[in-house]
Ligand binder design. Sequence first.
Ligand code: UTP
Length: 294
Amino acid sequence: MQKITKAVIPAAGLGTRFLPATKALPKEMLPIVDIPNIQYIVEEAVKAGIKDILIIISGAKETIEDHFDVNAELEMRLRASGKDEQADQIRAIADMANIVYIRQKEPKGLGHAVLSAKPFVGNEPFAVLLGDDLITDDIKPAIGELIEAYEETNGGTILGCKRVPQNLLKKYGVVKPVGESNSTMFQVNDMVEKPKDPSLAPSDVAVLGRYVLPGSIFHYLENTKPGVGGEIQLTDAIKASMETNPCYAKVFTGTRYDIGDKFGYVKAIIDYALKRDDIGEQVKSYIKELANQD
Ligand code: UTP
């Protein structure tokens, strides 16, 4: 079994749910208070022991590259004015990981984005972390839990999952368990993408933004026909790959936020702000004050 040493972060989507902010700013750069979401994603990979990271970007996404680059002038100015702590913080972001970038020329879907990672990944198994899915890691980084599952299953394809209320299943890919599905890890043999009615969902376990995929996924992606909107769906390739590589759902521990969704983003900011040492108490009293006005 090969070790997982590489991570791919797709961040080339159009972010239409977050316009007009995403007209010039990639949604992955939206700040959770003062830290861009994508920095949390890179930190999650680093905490799980992955240092080689590919970020898939599109047209106007240089801001992502700039964020993880050295900014010598800013650092110099901060140091000159005695702000060494901030200068160190800025430098640490650039030193965190070995990050490379590939452009997805057209937004042809998540599957198409992952396929463009082939030259970086080669034929190895690798981790995928969606750039707009934020997962808390107070206990463990979600991608680390998936990597453990990959090792436990001796090289299985691993889907990062959460149990989701019936009325929300229609938003996600829902897994079909082979047998019992009440543990935190079980084998799956199918997935239903965005089931229109809860009765069409094969379980209450949805795939949410984290994967460990085998190198052979590229073969299946190359043979996946474009689906709705001309997009190549990662789900279709994973389903096809189940014939050669067993696939497992891993229910991760952290809480997940879809920051590409307006309400998901607001929830993330509130929860992360409440947990901070510097402003947590202030935010809490403000929320209480608001609640008392109703
Ligand atoms: P989403 O479907 O949430 O992203 O893709 P989107 O297309 O930007 O969203 P809306 O609906 O228009 O608001 C999930 C992840 O896959 C990436 C996105 O950047 C996001 O991290 N993605 C999606 C790509 O990299 N390329 C694509 O062509 C599509």
